[in-house]
Structure formats: structure tokens, C-alpha cells
Design a protein around this ligand. Structure first.
Ligand code: AMP
Ligand code: MG
Length: 281
């Protein structure tokens, strides 16, 4: 419980990003111990997912939102990689296509929400529709308020169907972003990640932070809470996100379903089959 409480945005309260230091790294002086804990959490995540899959009573939606280079891909690579792909999906949401734009903003989202037993990860999400659109004046204040309401209702609909929702904002500083852009420029294996929009959006940093504060304040609810994660240190981000997911799954109090067969009968069949097998040799 402790870790969730540390980073959760309390529903109904005005949230300010100034309260979260992106450089925060808890009691960890360096990455070593945190990396070991992340590894432990990945193992826990894998066994909790096995239970989650067997039980098929819940579904989990993990939303990753952040500025460019803040670590959405890295979180998937280093934390969510622990999941068995059979029960998981990752969907990245890009600039809407012409067909998507001709529908309401949640139309393209719903088919990707998780069925019972499944974990769905959104790399960006419908929150872009109250962030990038807001920063660039594509929607006005009134429309934005309507969308917050639509989002709360949509998330409640999912929660009513057994979906646990975890929303992460990976918070970095603009200085850290520029360092990561430099790394992208210097490392030929990362050059492909550079996009014009990286530099086009950077000058709007303050507007983005305001849009995030407004959206997070309006949509952090008991059934779909936001967690704001200090993310300047990648290893701290990984340990914080992995702790919160593990705690959430542990909180579901899951148990393996009872077998649908009579085990005594199956045991008899097994021993008969074994005897048969031996007698044929
Ligand atoms: P990336 O995730 O870095 O590959 O970039 C995806 C781009 O798509 C980002 O610039 C997003 O802001 C943009 N994007 C995603 N969803 C929307 C949306 N609903 N409206 C406008 N732009 C979007
Ligand atoms: Mg990008």
C-alpha cells in the first residue's frame, strides 16, 4: 500500500506538478539496489500474472503518458517485459487517422481495452485528446471539460466490468529531456527515434505541464487513479512503477480457481494410463 500512497494523486484535489521532484530517487543512492528490486518485482509480476490469467475475474489497464523521451518505451522494455505475451497487449496511439478523427475520440480506444484475464498497456492514450489538442488550441476549454467528463465515465464503465486501471505520468525535467535527445543523436542505434515533433513540442513545455495538471486533477478517481512518477532516473522510475503494479495485483486477493474435474477420478485415470504404458513396454 505504501508505494501507491506515495505517488497517487488524491481524487478531487487540485494537483500541482511542482510538488513532484523529477530527480527524486527515494532512499537509493545509486542504481544497483534498485535494479535488484526491479528484477524481484518482475518475477513477482510474472507469477501474479499467472494467477490473474487462471482466475479470469479481473482485467488490468496500464496507461503510460509522458513527454517525449521520458521513458514510456523504457518502462515497457524494463518492467512490463516480465509479462507473458499470451495474456498481454501493447497499443501505441499515434496522431489519429482521417477515419479515427471522423469519430468521437474514444472510438479507436475501446477495441483495445483488456478482456477478463488480460493486461493491456497503452503507450499514449485518449489522454492525448486533452493534452496535445489543448496545447495547440485544437479544442476549447468547454470541449476539454466535456472530454474530462467523457473520460471519467468511460473509465467507470471499464471499472464496472472488472478492469483495474493504473495511469502513470512519467515526470522528467526539460533538462533531462534534452540530455536524452543528445543521446539519441549520438547513438546511431537510437537515431531512428528522433522526430521533428520532439523539437516542435519542447517550446510548449509549460503549456504541456499545465495541461497535464488540469487533466490529472480532473480524472484521478478512486477507480482510475493517476500516479506521478519521478522519472529523471530511469532505474528509479522502473522500481517505482514495478512496485505499484505488484502492490495493485497483490491487492486483488486472487486465488487459483478450483479444478473443474474430480481430481480423485483423474488420478485413477492417470494411474491406469501409466499401468497401460508400462505393460506395453
Ligand atoms: P510517439 O509516441 O513518440 O511515437 O509519437 C506519437 C505522436 O502522436 C505524438 O506526437 C502524440 O502527441 C501524437 N498523438 C497521439 N495521439 C494523438 C491524438 N489523439 N491527437 C493528436 N496527436 C496525437
Ligand atoms: Mg516520440
Amino acid at each position: 500500500m505504501a508505494h501507491r500512497e506515495q505517488f497517487v494523486v488524491k481524487p478531487g484535489k487540485r494537483f500541482s506538478l511542482k510538488k513532484v521532484d523529477p530527480d527524486y530517487k527515494g532512499h537509493h543512492r545509486s542504481s544497483g539496489a534498485a535494479k535488484a528490486e526491479t528484477e524481484e518485482n518482475r518475477e513477482k509480476l510474472a507469477s501474479l500474472q499467472a494467477l490473474f490469467w487462471a482466475e479470469k475475474k479481473h482485467s488490468l489497464l496500464i496507461i503510460l503518458q509522458a513527454m517525449d523521451a521520458a521513458g514510456k518505451d523504457g518502462t515497457i522494455n524494463h518492467v512490463l517485459v516480465a509479462l507473458n505475451p499470451q495474456g498481454a497487449s501493447v497499443t501505441g496511439f499515434k496522431v489519429p487517422t482521417a477515419e479515427e478523427s471522423a469519430h468521437d475520440f474514444l472510438w479507436r480506444i475501446h477495441p483495445h481495452t483488456p478482456a477478463l484475464g488480460y493486461i493491456a498497456i497503452f503507450n499514449r492514450s485518449y489522454y492525448e485528446d486533452v493534452l496535445v489538442t489543448r496545447v495547440h488550441g485544437l479544442i476549447g476549454k468547454a470541449e476539454c471539460q466535456e472530454r474530462y467528463r467523457d473520460i471519467r465515465n468511460f473509465e467507470q464503465l471499464l471499472a464496472d466490468h472488472g478492469t483495474t486501471i493504473l495511469k502513470f505520468f512519467l515526470h522528467i525535467s526539460p533538462e533531462e529531456q534534452l540530455k536524452r535527445f543528445a543521446a539519441r543523436l549520438e547513438d546511431p542505434r537510437r537515431n531512428w527515434k528522433i522526430s521533428e515533433s520532439d523539437y516542435a513540442e519542447r517550446p510548449h513545455w509549460d503549456k504541456y505541464m499545465k495541461a497535464y495538471e488540469d487533466a490529472i486533477s480532473a480524472t484521478s478517481t478512486a477507480s482510475a487513479p493517476w500516479y506521478v512518477i519521478p522519472s529523471n532516473h530511469k532505474w528509479y522510475r522502473n522500481v517505482a512503477v514495478s512496485r505499484i503494479i505488484v502492490e495493485t495485483l497483490e491487492g486483488l486477493k486472487m486465488s487459483y480457481p478450483k479444478p473443474q474435474v474430480d481430481l480423485r477420478d483423474i488420478r485413477r485415470k492417470y494411474h491406469a494410463a501409466l499401468k497401460d504404458e508400462k505393460s506395453q513396454k
